[in-house]
Write a protein that binds this ligand. Sequence first.
Ligand SMILES: NC(=O)c1ccc[n+]([C@@H]2O[C@H](COP(=O)([O-])OP(=O)(O)OC[C@H]3O[C@@H](n4cnc5c(N)ncnc54)[C@H](O)[C@@H]3O)[C@@H](O)[C@H]2O)c1
Length: 373
Amino acid sequence: MGTKRLGIGLVGSGFMGRSHAFAFNAVGQVFDPPLRPALAMLADRDTEIAAAAAGALGFERAVGDWRQLVDDPSVDLVAIAAPNRFHKPIALAAFEAGKHVYCEKPLATSLADARAMVEAAERFGRIGLVGFNYLKNPIITLAREVVAAGEIGALVAFRGIHAEDYMMDPDAPHSFRTEPEGGGVLMDLGSHIVSLARHLVGPIEEVSAMAATVHESRPADGMRRPVPVEDHGHLVARFKNGALGALSANWLAPGRTMQLEFELTGTRGTIAFNQERFNELQVYAAGDLPGRGGFKTIVAGPDTPPYGNFCPAPGHQLGFNDLKTIEVAHLLAAIAGDVAPSPDFSEAYEIQRTIAAALRSATERTWVTVADC
Ligand SMILES: NC(=O)c1ccc[n+]([C@@H]2O[C@H](COP(=O)([O-])OP(=O)(O)OC[C@H]3O[C@@H](n4cnc5c(N)ncnc54)[C@H](O)[C@@H]3O)[C@@H](O)[C@H]2O)c1
C-alpha cells in the first residue's frame, strides 16, 4: 500500500455507510492501493448517532453536521452514503472545498441536480465516482470480455430485471425511497439494471415505459400518508447500437431478495446472470455438436480478476462487501491518477437521464428519446 494518506470523511452510517467503512478497512489488505485510506471523520444526522457509528466502524472523529466534515482539513475524500436528497448539497460543497467525492447511487434526486454535480466535478477537477458496485463484479467483467471477443456474436437483445421484496408489506413505512424527488423504484433499483444494460450493451436511445403504485398509502408520523412514487416500473428500450431491451424494477416482488438478473442475446450466443448467484455466469455459444449443446456455468475464480486478490481457490465465492472493496480499490487508483474513474458522474448522469426518460414516458404514455430529457 502506498504511504500517502487519504483522509476519508463518511456521511451516513446505515446499510451503505457500513459497507463503505468495510471496504476502506479491507482495501489495503486485499489490494496494493497507491494511497493509504485513513478513517478520519464520520458524520450522521446527529452527534450521538455519529459518535456511536464512528466508534463501531473505526473512525477517528464524529460530527453531527456533514458541513463540518466537508470543511475539515483532515478529510480528502467525502463518501456520501446518506439519503438521496443530501447527495447534491454534500457533493457540491465537497468539490468546492477541493475534496474528491464517492457518491452512492442514484447520483441525485433530479436530472438538473445531477447535471450540476457533473459540472462541479469538472469545474473543480476532482474525482467523482458513483457506487454502482454490481458493475465491479469480476464475473460481469468476464461478461464484457465475452461480448468484446465476439463470442456471442452481434448484440440483439437485453432482458433485465431488478426485483426485491422489501416494500412488499403495505405497512413498510415511508423513507427517503418514497420521497417524490429522488424516490421510487425506478431510481432505487431501476438505476442498477440500467447501469448494467449500459455497461454491457451501450447507451439507450429511446424508451417506452409504464409504472404503477400498488400500495397507495404507507405509515409515517403515526398516520398513513399517500405514496407519491411507483412500486414497479417496466420499460422497453432501443439501444443506440440497434439492440432492443426490456427492463423492469420492482420492490414488492414476493420472494425476490436480490434478483438483479439479465439475459443478453447475441446472434450466436447468450449470456445469463443473476445477482442472487453472482459468482456464476451462464454462457451459451452456438456450434456444439448436435445433441451436445447447452449453457455452461462459469464459476468465479482466480482466472476472473480480481477474485484472486480475495482468495486463491476458485469457487469459494465473493460477497457483497467484496464488490464494494473492488470499487474502493478502483476509486483509490483513480484518485492517484492511475485509471479513469468509472462509473464517473457523467455516466451516472446518463443512467439518471434514462430513468427520467422512463418516468416521463410513463406519465405521458408515449415514447421518449433519452437525449431529449
Ligand atoms: N450501491 C448499492 O448497492 C446501494 C444499496 C443500498 C443503498 N444505496 C444508496 O445508499 C444511500 C443510503 O442508503 P442506505 O440504504 O444506506 O440508507 P440507510 O437509511 O440505511 O442509511 C442512511 C444513513 O444516513 C444518515 N443520515 C440521515 N440524514 C442525515 C444527515 N442529514 N446527515 C448525515 N447523515 C444522515 C442516517 O442516519 C443513516 O445512518 C442511498 O443513496 C441509497 O440509494 C446504494
